[in-house]
Design a protein around this ligand. Structure first.
Ligand SMILES: [Zn+2]
Length: 302
């Protein structure tokens, strides 16, 4: 995988730590080559019940505990990005519901009925900027927020969770980003001639522990369903070998996600590989995957 000079890279992360697991090396390489990096966190990771309970050492976590846990993970994410050479301003926190992204794609697509997080009890992002005042936990708003971010950053490379990832927040985030790219293209706001789209896996069988994933990924569809399996099967996987210094940076960045290290240390360790893997999607795949998944899930049109 060749990283050209001066590119603008945007990385979409369903939860704080996914950006570092998947692309800490790539982000450092882009910065080293005088490029720009923006990381978009779709959720603050505030719905991780096991994490909250372990941190607080109690069996029942309150609404405030979950909100505080998300706030802490947000701070850790900023610290983790600084370890890679990014600035706090390079992070965008959309504040959508952890553990609810796939629900927004389906039942909670339209503005009529927003999703309410069973953890924080929020039905909209906790943000105060004027342009996000009317944003709710609904699919149309998440797509629009992603479109707005993409339009203002104008990326050359877009990195997103692979739609075949088995974690529902990950696969749904992947499809949402592809849907946003498709809409921007259809509205004439983005040309595929100028951008490259790459995916990454985090939760897929025993990835990255062994090569089993490589034998099975080509017959897997969105979130492990049959949807779009054929379209995605032609994905080309590219390898980015990391330097020793990039691997050190990746380790520091992962360690900065302290709350996750306590519970997922062994899993996180497996991603300290001397290479990162990315699946390259062509423009036809970007257009077809959200379309096929919308038909598969019988998603309402507005
Ligand atoms: Zn995640």
């Amino acid at each position: 995988m060749h990283v050209p000079d001066g590119i603008r890279l945007v990385v979409f992360a369903p939860h704080p730590d996914d950006e570092a697991l998947a692309a800490a090396g790539l982000m450092q390489r882009v910065l080293e080559r005088n490029g720009r990096v923006c990381v978009v966190y779709v959720t603050n990771g505030d719905g991780y019940a096991e994490g909250v309970r372990l941190k607080l050492k109690k069996t029942h976590a309150s609404r405030d505990d979950f909100i505080e846990y998300g706030r802490r993970r947000q701070e850790e994410a900023v610290h983790a990005l600084c370890e890679l050479g990014l600035d706090p301003g390079d992070a965008v926190f959309l504040g959508f519901p952890d553990d609810g992204i796939d629900d927004l794609w389906g039942r909670y697509w339209s503005k009529i009925r927003p999703y309410t997080s069973p953890y924080t009890r929020f039905d909209r992002p906790l943000r105060k900027s004027s342009d996000s005042r009317w944003v709710k936990y609904v699919g149309v708003d998440l797509t629009e927020e992603m479109e707005r971010t993409l339009k203002s950053f104008v990326p050359d490379w877009v990195v997103l969770p692979d739609p075949r990832d088995f974690h529902p927040d990950h696969s749904a985030t992947g499809v949402f980003v592809l849907d946003a790219l498709k809409n921007l293209n259809q509205d004439g706001n983005l040309s595929f001639a100028g951008i490259q789209v790459f995916t990454y896996l985090v939760h897929y069988r025993d990835y990255p522990h062994s090569r089993t994933w490589a034998n099975e990924i080509n017959t897997t569809g969105v979130g492990g369903s049959p949807s779009a399996a054929r379209v995605l099967s032609s994905t080309q996987w590219l390898n980015l070998p990391l330097t020793a210094s990039e691997l050190d940076g990746k380790e520091r960045s992962l360690m900065a996600h302290q709350s996750q290290h306590v519970i997922l240390g062994g899993f996180i360790q497996q991603f300290l590989h001397p290479c990162e893997l990315f699946g390259r999607l062509d423009s036809a795949q970007v257009m077809l995957v959200p379309q096929e998944y919308a038909a598969h899930t019988k998603r309402p049109s507005s």
